[in-house]
Ligand binder design. Structure first.
Ligand code: SAH
Length: 231
């Protein structure tokens, strides 16, 4: 009898975490199908990365069940983890390739950095809120990412030591495009950035730096990001 109970306990101990794990995998598959493919995300590398990254590990405990929902989520301190579609859209917009070096401004939950790290060689990410940056650095290391480099500070200045970058993704909205970021973009490189006044709907812009250094700007869609703060 006793051995029976112990055995049953052991079986449940093994099965329950497996099922929960499978549940998240299934939710990711659905997220990719319904939120991304259905809305026109086509880049295979982006879709594969979004199928893989464990978003639920980067949200607070009480948000885990909502991790794969079609929207942004609060991650504490007034900050948010972006909507999965927005992460996919911005990732696709930079046309990510394995040999690339990408800069992200606004580490936040670390989710966008993890998605990038699945695709490109090196990810450099800057977060202005120190406590958030420290926590996320630990989370991403625990998840096995060792190609993400962290910096605490104001992303307005970019990351000169590692410039130029093949692409830059900015996930907080400044009122104007920070000029240093454009400078730190490689020729042929792309930057996506939400631009707009505080409290208004912003414009997601795609900046392309041509081989001759000329800048081309396109407006992609109206968006709502948290404000780009300054030191
Ligand atoms: N990329 C994040 C989204 C984070 S929300 C994710 O995948 O979860 C935007 C983040 O930008 C916030 O954490 C905010 O603290 C940070 N931020 C705002 N202004 C910044 C600045 N000037 N430099 C660096 N980070 C900034």
């Amino acid at each position: 009898m006793k051995t029976g109970i112990i055995l049953l306990g052991l079986i449940l101990f093994i099965i329950i975490p497996e099922t929960v794990q499978d549940g998240f995998q299934q939710q990711r598959e659905q997220m990719v199908k319904r939120q991304l493919e259905a809305r026109g995300i086509k880049d295979q590398a982006t879709l594969d990365a979004m199928r893989k990254v464990e978003r639920h590990k980067l949200v607070p405990e009480d948000m885990k069940k909502n991790a794969y929902r079609d929207g942004p989520l609060p991650i504490g301190g007034g900050q948010t983890i972006s909507q999965p579609f927005m992460v996919a859209f911005m990732t696709e917009a930079i046309m990510p390739k394995p040999d690339m070096k990408v800069l992200e401004i606004g580490t936040g939950s670390g989710y966008q950095a993890a998605v990038l790290a699945e695709i490109v060689d090196e990810v450099y990410t800057i977060e202005i809120v120190e406590e958030l940056a420290r926590r996320v650095q630990g989370d991403l290391k625990d998840m096995g990412y060792n190609n993400i480099h962290f910096k605490v500070g104001d992303g307005y200045h970019g990351w000169e030591e590692h410039a130029p970058f093949d692409a830059i993704i900015v996930t907080a909205a400044p009122e104007e495009i920070p000029p240093r970021l454009v400078e730190q973009l490689k020729e042929g490189g792309r930057m996506v950035i939400p631009v707009g006044a505080r409290g208004t709907v912003q414009n997601l812009q795609l900046i392309e730096k041509r081989a001759n250094g000329k800048i081309r700007t396109r407006e992609l869609m109206p968006v709502r990001f948290v404000p780009f703060t300054r030191d």
